[in-house]
Design a protein around this ligand. Structure first.
Ligand code: GLV
Length: 319
């Protein structure tokens, strides 16, 4: 029987299914392992179900001498050294598509909450400060008929664009490769140059997978193109946005606000974010619905069963 590792806590039904196929070591205590500990646990394993935050760098991969399948329960895999996996002949899989709609829901939730100051208004009420209704209190920005600018129009970007139709928003997007006309029509989205995307945005959403090529693709020069009334929403990955440049723009009120689910160096996000009243912060919960997390884990199990059974996995990472 193949031996497999589950690097972080998963639902019991996921372990039950794995147990019918493999000898399973599971980290149900949900310890955060160092790279050294992870390497030790992987040493005698043929396969692994991993997470988006495991440090699967070359030093760990090179020591996993039996490993044949690395199945991350995430769509992003920038925490995995693919070159090292290739050298070692390890098949890597991820969990695309099953989380698209849930992540788009969170993007919209953050967009709405940021525009209408939901979180600070609720906190203020809880603090017992609501003494009287006021005509000019808590004035936010309209979402309906505003311009939504999406950088990167992959599946999650498209799911966000479809939601925007319900708010009569104008949707602009920029992609290296323009989408075909039918897809543009379905998303009610118009391709524009990068500069236009930034300059016209009421809400700017980068929706790209992280790679070195897009590191700080939204930095000081791009933030300088935004209107003072614009808001940035990031549910993609830390590192796409230059957090220090964003903090400066928020501190100087050069943009109206930001809503962020991902950060550079998370969970140790830059503490200056915490001192700002024009940013909404959530702890990387884009795909965190019960149903979607189960679908992601089960897809990762499908991948693991396929690879260790000598079959083609349903969602391989191609590299
Ligand atoms: C979460 O961040 C993921 O990549 O699925």
């Amino acid at each position: 029987m193949h031996k497999i590792l589950v690097t972080r806590r998963v639902f019991d039904e996921v372990l039950e299914r794995l147990g019918r196929h493999f000898a399973v070591e599971a980290n149900q205590e949900d310890r955060i392992w160092t790279a050294e500990e992870l390497a030790q646990h992987l040493a005698d394993k043929d396969g692994a179900l991993s997470s988006a935050v495991d440090p699967l760098d070359a030093s760990v991969i090179e020591r996993a001498s039996r490993l044949r399948a690395l199945c991350t329960i995430a769509v992003g895999y920038n925490n995995i050294d693919l070159a090292a996996c290739k050298r070692a002949g390890i098949v890597v899989t991820n969990t695309p598509e099953v989380l698209d709609e849930t992540t788009a829901d969170l993007a919209f939730a953050l967009l709405l909450a940021s525009a209408r100051a939901i979180v600070p208004a609720e906190r203020w009420l809880r603090e017992g400060r609501w003494r009287a209704w006021k005509f000019d209190a808590w004035l936010g920005a309209d979402v309906h008929h505003a311009t939504l600018s999406i950088l990167g129009m992959g599946r999650i970007g498209q799911a966000i664009a479809r939601r925007a139709a319900g708010f009569s928003m104008r949707v602009l997007y920029h992609n290296r490769n323009r989408c075909d006309a039918a897809l543009e029509r379905r998303c009610n989205a118009t391709w524009v140059e990068r500069e236009t995307l930034f300059a016209e945005a009421d809400f700017l959403l980068p929706m790209l997978p992280y790679s070195a090529a897009v590191h700080h693709i939204i930095g000081a020069p791009e933030l300088a193109l935004l209107k003072p009334t614009a808001r940035l929403v990031n549910v993609a990955r830390g590192g796409i946005v230059d957090d220090a440049a964003l903090i400066a723009a928020l501190q100087e009120r050069r943009i109206a606000g930001a809503a962020l689910d991902v950060f550079e160096n998370e969970p140790a996000l830059d503490p200056r974010f915490l001192a700002l009243d024009n940013v909404l912060l959530t702890p990387h919960i884009g795909s965190a619905s019960q149903a979607t997390r189960l679908k992601m884990a089960m897809l990762a199990v499908d991948n693991l069963i396929a690879v260790l059974g000598g079959q083609a996995p349903p969602s391989p990472v191609r590299f």
